[in-house]
Design a protein around this ligand. Structure first.
Ligand code: ADP
Ligand code: ADP
Length: 223
């Protein structure tokens, strides 16, 4: 069973208005369990829209979204939000860490919100930070960390609640090439170790080539 199936996804904004823009025109894509898929497309092609639909943050105008064999289409907003929190981890180009909390706290908080006990949440947070090489920075606030370290902490936060699917939107887009390489390697190791399925949007064709499969978004379709 695939971790993610998107079938015939259509999505537009401002439908029926002069400012209407049709972004997705029947996009179909499947991510197998444990598979890491690169999503490559020029800016404005609809990567973020596709990732938001895949991650249950937005709903398509038409088409099916299936997570691990479960249809997400007919769900109530509440059930969809619960599924998102339990099953999907997001990473963005900018880390979006909470500035007033330490690196560790940023990974602990989503676990507490998910009902995990403090002690267990901290242990998992430290373990994740160790795996991406930033254990020594656990008690620092994001502002005290380098860009690469901040992004590694953001990966740990995305994985805090052990999601089944990781969605990343230009996760190294804000980093210089050397840092980008280090951070991407750390991410891939973490993904492989946890057997996670991932859809990773990137402009970087070298990084894309190191994933299991590369798909392209062209004219609103996945090719
Ligand atoms: P990408 O991530 O590939 O850059 P996006 O999915 O962000 O592309 O956007 C695809 C197109 O949809 C762009 O033309 C963008 O301007 C438009 N768009 C995205 N979000 C909205 C919105 N909320 N309202 C109107 N247009 C939008
Ligand atoms: P919380 O459990 O803290 O309430 P949410 O359920 O709101 O978090 O969000 C779960 C995930 O979805 C987080 O990774 C968050 O960054 C992401 N997210 C929530 N809303 C949006 C949005 N409008 N755009 C992009 N990402 C979002």
């Amino acid at each position: 069973e695939a971790a993610l199936v998107l079938e015939g996804i259509e999505k537009g904004y401002n439908r029926g208005k002069p400012s209407e823009v049709i972004v997705l025109r029947g996009a179909t894509l499947s991510v197998a369990r444990g598979e890491v898929v690169a999503l490559v497309a020029p800016s404005g092609a609809g990567k973020s829209t596709l990732l938001h639909i895949a991650g249950l943050l937005d709903t398509p105008d038409r088409g099916r979204v299936v997570h691990g064999g479960r249809e997400m289409g007919g769900l109530s907003d509440r059930t969809r939000t619960e599924a998102r929190r339990a099953e999907v981890g997001f990473i963005y180009q900018f880390h979006h860490l909470l500035p007033e909390f330490s690196a560790l706290e940023n990974i602990v908080l989503p676990q507490l919100a998910n009902g995990v006990a403090q002690r267990e949440a901290e242990a998992r947070g430290r373990d994740l930070l160790g795996r991406v090489g930033v254990a020594a920075r656990a008690d620092h606030r994001p502002a005290a960390l380098s860009g690469g370290e901040q992004q590694r902490v953001a990966f740990c936060r995305a994985l805090a609640n052990a999601p089944k699917l990781l969605l990343a939107d230009e996760p190294t887009g804000n980093l210089d090439p050397a840092t980008s390489e280090q951070v991407f390697s750390a991410l891939m190791e973490l993904v492989r170790e946890t057997g996670l399925s991932a859809l990773i949007a990137t402009h970087n064709l070298e990084l894309a080539a190191r994933m299991d499969r590369v798909v392209r978004l062209d004219q609103g379709r996945v090719v």
